[in-house]
Design a protein around this ligand. Structure first.
Ligand SMILES: CC(C)(COP(=O)(O)OP(=O)(O)OC[C@H]1O[C@@H](n2cnc3c(N)ncnc32)[C@H](O)[C@@H]1OP(=O)(O)O)[C@@H](O)C(=O)NCCC(=O)NCCS
Length: 173
């Protein structure tokens, strides 16, 4: 099946919100509180994404269409981590795919596009934060050359409960 990657626009907000909520519920079932995941609201997320996509700043937003429907998205841009800001580094902020379509190459195609963007814009190194127990995502990133830097943090900002995250870095791009 053909996977098409393109820039996101405000009309994509509803599909992005659906992918976002469904991917989190599937991936973080054993990581985030059940109640938090159950209360994720697609309408509220649509409003959030509509606002973000209507006022795009330096961050980039792309979507992956599968059979003509938005089934994945990524957000990326210049580094936000203090020790890497202003040094030409790039950060992958988010990558999510509709869980009913996991394993079909949508994540790979989207990630390749992100890496290509960083290459073309000479942004390096590229890094990302990933939940330590998220083996599926970590396998994907490692396949594309990301390495565990040995840096970790406890992040409370997603669900209010502490989540262990590790930083992966790509130095070869
Ligand atoms: C991580 C994620 C984006 C991958 O998307 P995807 O469309 O399934 O990715 P792909 O189909 O391209 O598969 C990529 C790799 O995932 C791994 N993978 C695929 N199916 C798998 C399975 N059943 N079990 C374990 N790993 C699997 C493999 O390494 C695969 O590479 P391969 O096809 O060359 O073997 C998706 O699972 C997702 O949205 N997860 C929830 C959100 C998330 O974790 N985002 C990353 C946060 S940093």
């Amino acid at each position: 099946m053909e996977i098409k990657i393109r820039s996101a626009n405000p009309q994509d907000a509803e599909r992005i919100a659906c992918v976002h909520v469904d991917a989190w519920r599937a991936a973080y079932r054993d990581v985030m509180p059940r109640d938090f995941l159950a209360k994720l609201d697609k309408k509220q997320k649509t409003a959030y994404w509509n606002k973000s996509l209507s006022h795009q700043g330096i961050g980039k937003y792309i979507v992956a269409e599968y059979e003509g429907i938005v089934e994945g998205f990524a957000v990326f841009g210049p580094a936000r981590d203090k020790n890497l800001t202003g040094k030409g580094a790039g950060e992958l902020v988010a990558l999510n795919v509709n869980p009913t379509l996991w394993g079909k190459g949508i994540g790979t195609a989207t990630l390749q596009h992100v890496i290509e963007y960083f290459n073309q814009n000479s942004l390096k190194p590229v890094y990302l934060w990933v939940v330590k127990s998220n083996a599926r995502a970590i396998e994907l990133y490692k396949k594309h050359g990301f390495e565990d830097e040995g840096k970790s943090k406890i992040d409370n900002s997603h669900s209010g409960s502490p989540i262990n995250e590790i930083r992966l870095i790509l130095t070869s791009n």
